[in-house]
Design a protein around this ligand. Structure first.
Ligand code: SAM
Length: 298
């Protein structure tokens, strides 16, 4: 593990200066790579924080007060859509392991792969959130790059997801990952991506952070179909208001839910492997059965 360091002064990849809050004239910018931030607090009588510093691994990926709840949303969505310990999963833009810190322990050894350009984020998360032992025990692998082409071409996955990547990334990056996941997912696999739906496609070709990109639903659907996916949006609330797109390989089963019924209960009722009671038996009966078996001797 290497010590975290700031980029050289002339090597930062600065974001544009953006307003710090809707109410304030003050602006801030951050280096996309090392997480150094600078604030222009000129208009504020008593700036709460120093004008420059290094964002922590939690601050770098979004509002710290929602670090936990984003992970809850993601873990619940993946497990409702069928993720089990034996599946292989690709976490695209895994950042500071907000989701990895739940998924690495859950999945069996060798089944978690993280992809992330900023190595320091992963290393800080291992050091401060989960510890190196579990990464070793679970044989987690990481690829450090901005380009989907740098993922090991021999790897195959059942699930791939990208949370809060294509809300900052250009269309070209989104399209590249749609193509790449189509190649590396098994025939019954699925790719999930959050993004902003807009009336126009974002035009730029660079990363925007902070700052947001947006795409037309038709543009994303066309890219999905071209890559051999079935595409639909999911009714699954994102704490940041993003939409969820599901890119399903031909044999990924979506027959058990509709827009209105995507829920844990529907999954459990539809899937024998999620429960012990027989098909068609109401849950309450099973609960009574369990209570009885707990009180009966032996
Ligand atoms: C808003 S954070 C989200 C991180 C993580 N997915 C989560 O849910 O916490 C965006 C992440 O995208 C990463 N990123 C930047 N450029 C990328 C690229 N070309 N491909 C994949 N990830 C990228 C950033 O380093 C950062 O970790």
């Amino acid at each position: 593990m290497v010590e975290r360091s700031s980029c050289a002064d002339d090597a930062h990849e600065w974001s544009p200066w953006v307003p710090r809050t809707a109410e304030s004239q003050a602006t801030a910018r951050i280096c996309y790579r090392c997480g150094k931030y600078q604030r222009d607090d000129a208009d504020e009588p008593a700036p709460a924080q120093p004008p420059e510093g290094m964002a922590t691994h939690r601050e770098f990926v979004g509002p710290v007060e929602r670090y936990d709840i984003n992970a809850a949303m993601m873990f619940n969505l993946l497990t409702t859509l069928g993720l089990r310990g034996g599946h292989k999963l690709l976490d695209i833009g895994c950042g500071s392991l907000r989701n990895g810190r739940l998924l690495i322990p859950y999945l069996e050894a060798g089944n978690y792969v993280g992809f992330e350009p900023n190595r320091w984020l992963v290393e800080e998360a291992i050091r401060t959130e989960i510890g190196a032992d579990i990464v070793r025990l679970k044989k987690s692998r990481f690829f450090y790059s901005t380009s989907p082409n740098d993922l090991d071409p021999s790897l195959r996955f059942d699930y791939a997801f990208a949370n809060a990547i294509f809300v900052h990334g250009p269309l070209s990056l989104f399209q590249s990952w749609i193509t790449r996941t189509s190649q590396c997912l098994n025939d019954n696999g699925v790719f999930l991506a959050s993004f902003h739906v807009g009336d126009e496609d974002h035009k730029g070709d660079s990363w925007l952070y902070p700052g947001h990109t947006q795409f037309r639903l038709d543009t994303i659907r066309a890219a999905a179909v071209k890559a051999g996916f079935r595409f639909q949006t999911l009714s699954w609330r994102h704490p940041h208001g993003y939409a969820w797109g599901m890119f399903a390989k031909p044999a990924f089963d979506t027959s058990w839910f509709s827009d209105e019924t995507l829920s844990w209960n529907t999954r459990v009722d539809a899937d024998r492997s999620y429960r012990i009671w027989p098909d068609g038996q109401p849950w309450l009966d099973a609960k009574m059965g369990l209570a009885l078996s707990r009180t009966s001797p032996g």
